[in-house]
Ligand binder design. Structure first.
Ligand SMILES: Cc1cc2nc3c(=O)[nH]c(=O)nc-3n(C[C@H](O)[C@H](O)[C@H](O)COP(=O)(O)OP(=O)(O)OC[C@H]3O[C@@H](n4cnc5c(N)ncnc54)[C@H](O)[C@@H]3O)c2cc1C
Ligand code: FES
Ligand code: FES
Length: 456
């Protein structure tokens, strides 16, 4: 049994462990304004608000709505559509509810536009019909047309007037799995101890992709971490930034101190999917998913992150650059959870992150690079970390030593030779080995040329 507020009204019902929030809304609560497009968090047609943040309902397990506030497009003021109709932002209409949800969220949080531009915020809403100019024009005129106060009033009154929700009996998905929802870390660790095959679940942005077709995944046992509140927050100590096991990209993106002290976290976080993914995806999930293309891992590694792992046996800490032992292989057991990721607070005089994908947003990295140099003199000041060019995200020790010598570098070729000892790119559907090698050395060369005097 879960209880939550939906469009301002209390809801209590039983949910299947394998049911997504999208299925619950559409098929059991008849709220069909929330659409299903891709089922993989790309198109944004299923955008709803969970505690006032836009999320893709196709990637949210229904039980995670428990104790929370869900808002769907049905709660929005119909007048919000007018600017979109006028600007030609809607044709078949499949994307429109999601577009309206994201646009209304931006309207209600105008401070977002101080750090983000509209296209970045709207990048999680794809449209096959119109091209994006009409949508952006529609959002811009919607923002101008409604003052925030008016919009708030309209949304509130419409929420309370929205049609009563009528639960139906048909469950959309039925699985044989089970979900434990511990409320404390010790409970979570005991559950993993008792059931070593149980899988932790955090934001679900990796685990729930294409969920309806992955029936074997429905039959597993999950330990849902989202009720373990002690894992949620991130914390600043005098010496470190400590990300909790449930800290999301969005938590860090919105933290002005993180922007000042750890800008690469913000740069990389903003390039993970789009806002709907950033509000759900966690840094710990990015590490444990262990993709060579992970964008969170290189920047954490470039800041010398240390991962805290807990189990019923106690706590263990391991440097992130020693954490991966091979493709999808990690130095952690099924009984361990990441409880924190610690980043030492230091001054850096060189720091940047580059991501090359096939488009500006929602792209899987073809080649990525995170570079830092500590400001205080030390033998070992450089960190050069590359992703998508080896079976794991890789710190490039040969390149770091080369840069530490400060010998003149006059072309990307010298760097390419050093990289060849550190990484092993492959040909795959996204790029060729040759492309990856060339781009990697050129990213580093041109990035350095702007920042240090020994590269000319
Ligand atoms: C549309 C889309 C776009 C994306 N774009 C990008 C991108 O651009 N760059 C990128 O790097 N990634 C991207 N991702 C992948 C994903 O969003 C990230 O990897 C995210 O950080 C995963 O975090 P999560 O909390 O959602 O993980 P989940 O899906 O909940 O879990 C992922 C894995 O981590 C494990 N896990 C989670 N938390 C813990 C913990 N505390 N301790 C131990 N194990 C744990 C789970 O068991 C699972 O194996 C994208 C995903 C989607 C759907
Ligand atoms: S259906 Fe496409 S993001 Fe959810
Ligand atoms: S109007 Fe058809 S997908 Fe956007």
């Amino acid at each position: 049994m879960i209880e939550f507020r939906l469009n301002g009204r209390p809801i209590r019902l039983d949910v299947d462990p394998a049911e997504r929030l999208l299925d619950l809304l559409r098929y059991r609560l008849d709220l069909t304004g929330t659409k299903e497009g891709c089922a993989e968090g790309e198109c944004g047609a299923c955008t709803v608000y969970l505690d006032d943040l836009p999320v893709d309902a196709c990637l949210v397990p229904a039980y995670q709505a428990h104790g929370r506030e869900v808002v769907t497009v049905e709660a929005s003021d119909r007048r919000q559509l007018e600017p979109f109709l006028r600007s030609g932002a809607t044709q078949c209409g499949a994307c429109t509810p999601g577009v309206v949800m994201t646009a209304a969220w931006i309207r209600d949080h105008p401070d977002l536009l101080e750090t983000h531009d509209l296209r970045e915020l709207m990048a999680g809403n794809l449209c096959r019909c119109t091209g994006y100019d009409g949508i952006i024009d529609g959002v811009e005129s919607a923002l101008t047309a409604h003052s925030v106060d008016n919009a708030d009033a309209a949304t509130e009154s419409n929420r309370s007037a929205s049609a009563p929700v009528k639960p139906t009996s048909a469950a959309a998905v039925s699985g044989g799995g089970a979900v434990h929802r511990p409320s404390s870390l010790s409970e979570a660790l005991e559950l993993l101890d008792a059931e070593p095959d149980a899988l932790p679940i955090a934001g679900g942005t990796d685990l729930l992709v294409h969920w309806p077709t992955r029936l074997d995944a429905h039959d597993r046992t999950y330990v849902d971490l989202t009720g373990v509140t002690s894992l949620r927050a991130h914390d600043w100590t005098p010496n470190a930034l400590v990300l909790g096991g449930l800290t999301t990209y969005w938590d860090v993106i919105r933290d002005t101190r993180a922007r000042a002290e750890f800008p690469l976290l913000v740069d990389a976080g903003r390039q993970v999917g789009a806002v709907q993914i950033q509000t759900r995806g966690t840094w710990a999930g990015n590490i444990v998913n262990a993709s060579p293309a992970a964008d969170g891992v290189p920047v954490l590694m470039a800041y010398d992150a240390v991962v805290d792992l807990a189990s019923t046996d106690g706590l263990e800490s391991i440097r992130l650059d020693e954490f991966f032992s091979g493709y999808k292989e990690m130095r952690m057991s099924n009984r361990q959870l990441i409880t924190a990721i610690r980043l030492p607070r230091r001054a850096y005089d060189v720091a940047w992150f580059d991501k090359v994908g096939s488009r500006a947003a929602q792209a899987i990295t073809k080649v990525g690079l995170a570079v830092t140099r500590r400001a205080e003199p030390a033998e070992d000041r450089w960190r050069v970390v590359a992703n998508s060019v080896a079976p794991t995200v890789r710190r490039c020790a040969t390149v770091e030593r080369l840069l530490g010598r400060r010998e003149a570098i006059g072309s990307p070729r010298v760097l390419a030779e050093a990289f060849a000892r550190d990484v092993a790119p492959i040909d795959d559907i996204r790029s060729t080995r040759a492309y990856r090698s060339t781009v990697l050395s050129r990213l580093l060369y041109f990035g350095l040329r702007k920042r240090v005097d020994f590269v000319t």
